[in-house]
Design a protein around this ligand. Structure first.
Ligand SMILES: [Zn+2]
Length: 163
């Protein structure tokens, strides 16, 4: 089975009422449907919505398959291409504040608002906890291009999401 990362050349398109998603590994149709309904067409890490970016989402193995992660609802979520590629096979990173190692955010087991918040202008994700900080850093959730895009989305009233 091939990696489900968006960089994989063996990509196919799948669509649903919620979003269009890049698929490169076999994920049962029922599981895809369950994931799409739960994640509502947005990245589980940075909350970027396909309807804003126009870029298909990926299926992300929260615990990488290279580290024993399974293809189950509990371990697969939607992620934007940027978060998916920067995350790669990482599962933990060093907290820039303390130097301690912390796990990356797990969208199926943890709540986004417990670990992240939007900056006052809505353009940057801020890590509130060690998990939040290492995830923002490792996934480069505030890279220059996405901050510019978020500024436009904010000015249009499309961002940040209400929930
Ligand atoms: Zn993202």
């Amino acid at each position: 089975m091939q990696s489900p990362g968006c960089g994989n050349p063996a990509l196919a398109w799948a669509s649903s009422p919620f979003t269009v998603i890049l698929v490169s590994a076999y994920i049962p149709i029922d599981l895809r449907s369950q994931i799409e309904q739960a994640d509502r067409g947005r990245c589980c890490y940075c909350l970027t919505q396909t309807v804003n970016s126009g870029i298909p989402l990926c299926y992300d193995h929260i615990v990488p398959r290279s580290k024993g992660g399974t293809t189950t609802f509990e371990n697969v979520c939607l992620a934007c291409r940027s978060c998916n590629e920067f995350k790669s096979d990482l599962s933990e990173a060093s907290d820039p504040l303390t130097g301690e190692t912390a796990s990356l955010f797990n969208p199926r087991q943890q709540h986004w608002i417990a670990h992240f918040a939007w900056s006052e202008d809505g353009t940057r994700v801020e890590g509130l906890t060690p998990i939040g900080r290492v995830t923002v850093l490792a996934l480069q959730m505030n890279h220059a291009m996405i901050v510019v895009a978020r500024r436009r989305w904010v000015s249009s009233g499309w961002h940040p999401p209400d929930d």
